[in-house]
Design a binder for this molecule. Structure first.
Ligand SMILES: Nc1ncnc2c1ncn2[C@@H]1O[C@H](COP(=O)(O)OP(=O)(O)O)[C@@H](O)[C@H]1O
Ligand SMILES: [Mg+2]
Length: 323
C-alpha cells in the first residue's frame, strides 16, 4: 500500500487536554478522507502526528508504507502538507516562494519556473506574483501556501482546513485542483469544517470530537444514520411560527428546529410525500400561510449537529482572512 495512510490508537495529551484519545484512521490509496470536527476536536494534532511534526504518547501510524515514528525522514519525502502557512517565506515574492520549493525538491530551474507560473495562474496570484508574501492578504497567503504544497505532487497529501478563509470562487477552484490530484492517484487526508466540502470531495468521512472518532462512513451512510427525511417549512408571517411548529411536531418523529430570522422550521419525518400533503392540509386548516415547504434529505450539517450537539463553526479568523 505505497500511498495509504493508517493510524491505530493515537493518543496525544497536552497537560490535562487529551487532544487525541485513541484515534484509528484508514485512508486507502488514491482516496480522500475528510476529517471533520469542531474547533479543538484534534484535527490539527492528528495531521501533525501523521506528518511527523509531533510525537504521539502512544499508538502507531504508517504512511506510504513507512512507520511514521521509526522513519520520519523517509515519510517526509513522500508527503505534502499545507496549512499554517508553513511553507511561505515572508520576504520572498509569491513567484520566488514557489520556485524555491521546486528547487528544494530538486526540480530543474526551468521546470521550477514553469511550475511556479502555472500555479500562480491557477490560484489567481499572477498579478501579485512579484510582490513579497508579507504584503499579501490572509486569503492570498492561504492560496500561496496551497500552491507551495502542490509544486511537486507527492503520493500522499495532507491539507489542514485548506479552504478556510477562501472566497467561494477560490474555494471552487481549489476543489477542482484537489479532484485532479486525486484522479492522478494522490491519497489525501483533508480536514475541514465545511461539511459541503467533505460532501463534494471525500470518499470517506471521519467525524472526531474531543480526540475521539465519533462516526465514520461515506457521506450517504452518515446521512442515513441520522435518520430519514426532513420537512422544512417557511411561514409567511412570523406570528404563525408557533402554530406551524405545533403542527410539525404532531407529524414529526423528533425534535423540531426553528430558525427565527428565516421563519423556517425543520422536523425529521418518516412518511414522505403523503405525509407532506397531510401537513400542508393541516397548516391550511389552521390558517398558517406558507412561503415554502418541502421534503429534503438530511444534510451533513444535520449529521454534524446530531453527533456533536452543535453546528459546525468556522474560525473567527476566517472573515479576516477572506479579505
Ligand atoms: N501545542 C499545544 N499545547 C497545548 N494544547 C494544545 C496544543 N495543540 C493543541 N492543543 C489542544 O488540543 C486540542 C486539540 O487541538 P487541535 O488538534 O488544534 O484541534 P482542531 O485542529 O480540531 O481545532 C485543543 O484543546 C487544543 O487547545
Ligand atoms: Mg486545526
Amino acid at each position: 500500500m505505497p500511498g495509504a495512510i493508517h493510524a491505530e490508537g493515537l493518543v496525544k495529551t497536552f497537560g490535562d487536554v487529551k487532544a487525541l484519545d485513541g484515534v484509528d484512521l484508514d485512508v486507502p490509496e488514491g482516496t480522500v478522507l475528510g476529517l471533520l470536527g469542531p474547533n479543538g476536536a484534534g484535527k490539527t494534532t492528528a495531521v501533525r502526528v501523521l506528518t511527523t511534526l509531533l510525537q504521539p504518547d502512544s499508538g502507531k501510524a504508517v504512511v506510504a508504507g513507512l512507520d511514521v515514528l521509526k522513519h520520519p525522514n523517509e515519510v517526509r519525502r513522500c508527503i505534502g502538507l499545507s496549512g499554517q502557512f508553513a511553507a511561505v517565506d515572508e520576504y520572498l515574492t509569491g513567484r520566488e516562494n514557489l520556485q524555491m520549493v521546486g528547487r528544494l525538491y530538486q526540480m530543474s530551474a526551468k521546470a521550477s519556473k514553469a511550475r511556479a507560473e502555472e500555479l500562480l495562474e491557477r490560484f489567481n496570484l499572477a498579478d501579485a506574483a512579484g510582490r513579497t508574501a508579507k504584503t499579501y492578504s490572509g486569503g492570498m497567503r492561504r492560496r500561496l501556501d496551497l500552491a507551495a504544497a502542490l509544486v511537486v505532487s507527492p503520493p500522499v497529501m495532507f491539507m489542514d482546513e485548506p479552504t478556510t478563509g477562501l472566497d467561494p470562487r477560490n474555494r471552487q477552484q481549489l476543489w477542482e485542483v484537489i479532484r485532479e490530484l486525486v484522479s492522478g492517484g494522490t491519497t489525501l487526508l483533508l480536514t475541514t469544517q465545511y461539511l459541503e466540502e467533505a460532501d463534494h470531495l471525500a470518499h470517506d468521512i471521519c467525524v472526531i470530537d474531543h480526540g475521539r472518532v465519533i462516526a465514520r462512513g461515506t457521506s450517504d451512510q452518515l446521512k442515513a444514520q441520522t435518520g430519514g427525511e426532513r420537512i422544512e417549512v417557511v411561514v409567511h408571517d412570523p406570528e404563525h411560527l408557533a402554530t406551524a411548529d405545533e403542527v410539525l411536531r404532531t407529524f414529526g418523529k423528533g425534535a423540531s428546529k426553528t430558525e427565527l430570522h428565516t421563519r423556517r422550521i425543520t422536523v425529521p419525518v418518516t412518511g414522505g410525500a403523503k405525509l407532506l400533503a397531510e401537513v400542508i392540509r393541516e397548516l391550511d386548516t389552521r390558517g398558517v400561510e406558507i412561503d415554502d415547504i418541502g421534503l429534503r434529505r438530511p444534510t451533513l450539517d444535520d449529521v454534524f449537529i446530531s453527533l456533536t450537539g452543535h453546528a459546525a463553526e468556522v474560525a473567527e479568523e476566517e472573515a479576516e482572512a477572506a479579505k
